[in-house]
Design a protein around this ligand. Structure first.
Ligand SMILES: Nc1ncnc2c1ncn2[C@@H]1O[C@H](COP(=O)(O)OP(=O)(O)O)[C@@H](O)[C@H]1O
Ligand SMILES: [Mg+2]
Length: 248
């Protein structure tokens, strides 16, 4: 009997990242030769004390900022070789961002908020609305299409934000404390939704969280401290799922 070993494909490769903010005496080094690899379809939680560089790290992975040195490769492509315009174009197609405070546009309906990222890539308004509507259905909000953010609960707003993050079909979803502003029940719904996206679409998910319970939704937990990797290993749920996958 032969065993076929699935070779995991790297989705995110970070090589010796160094990042500082400020100049001279005011300079703060935020990332200190940080390196890690995340495989395609993995769900990774990043934990660490406040100020340890988690948000800075997500910004570099998503091409929102550039490192002082070191390399970010996404699906084998080095981001440092791209111009700012190429990077913006790549971002719009390849990465979705989810923030703690949703960052929805207050004057737009849920449908228009979700359709917004398609403005440049998808010329037809009807097509944009159809895709936005499908994304909202996926997050369980087809009954809220015409609601504005202030007419929705925090949990619903975060699900709209997730629909907006996935509407262009990115392979990578970067979430910065996505349950940080939510009660336990809404937080659970958001985590279940992220797991569903991982399983259904094979999306690679990287989620910064302070909450050890939320981190258990991920397969793997990476801890950063003072801008460097402090630990990296399976979550308890991740161990169980890895064993199940092995025996499947
Ligand atoms: N744009 C910036 N300019 C100056 N300092 C910054 C900037 N962004 C972050 N920092 C500093 O870098 C450190 C790490 O920040 P951050 O990545 O936001 O940490 P975390 O998300 O882990 O709390 C903090 O000390 C923060 O004040
Ligand atoms: Mg942060």
């Amino acid at each position: 009997m032969t065993t076929v070993q699935k070779i995991p494909t790297p989705a995110v490769e970070l090589v010796s990242l160094i990042k500082s903010y400020g100049r001279g005496a005011a300079q703060v080094q935020v990332l200190d030769r940080l390196g890690m690899t995340v495989h395609r379809g993995e769900f990774v939680a990043i934990m660490g004390p406040s100020g340890s560089g988690k948000t800075s790290l997500l910004n570099l992975m998503g091409g929102l900022d550039r490192p002082d040195s070191g390399q970010v490769r996404i699906d084998g492509q080095a981001l440092d070789g791209m111009s700012d315009a190429e990077l913006a174009d790549w971002r719009a197609r390849s990465v979705g961002f989810v923030f703690q405070f949703y960052n929805l546009i207050p004057v737009l309906s849920a449908l228009d908020n979700v359709a917004l990222p398609l403005t440049l890539s998808c010329p037809g308004a009807a097509e944009r609305q159809a895709r936005a509507s499908a994304a909202l259905e996926l997050v369980g909000l087809s009954h809220r299409l015409n609601h504005r953010p202030q007419m929705m609960s925090g949990g619903e707003q975060q699900r709209v934000a997730i629909a907006r993050a996935i509407v262009a079909g990115p392979g990578l979803l970067l979430c910065d404390e996505p349950t940080g502003d939510l009660d336990r029940r809404s937080g659970e719904q958001v985590l279940a939704l992220l797991r569903m996206l991982q399983q259904r679409s094979g999306t690679t998910i990287i989620m910064v969280t302070h909450d050890a319970h939320a981190a258990e939704s991920a397969d793997r937990i990476v801890r950063v401290d003072k801008g460097a990797l402090a630990s990296d290993g399976f979550s308890s749920g991740g161990i169980v799922r890895a064993a199940e996958a092995h025996h499947a």
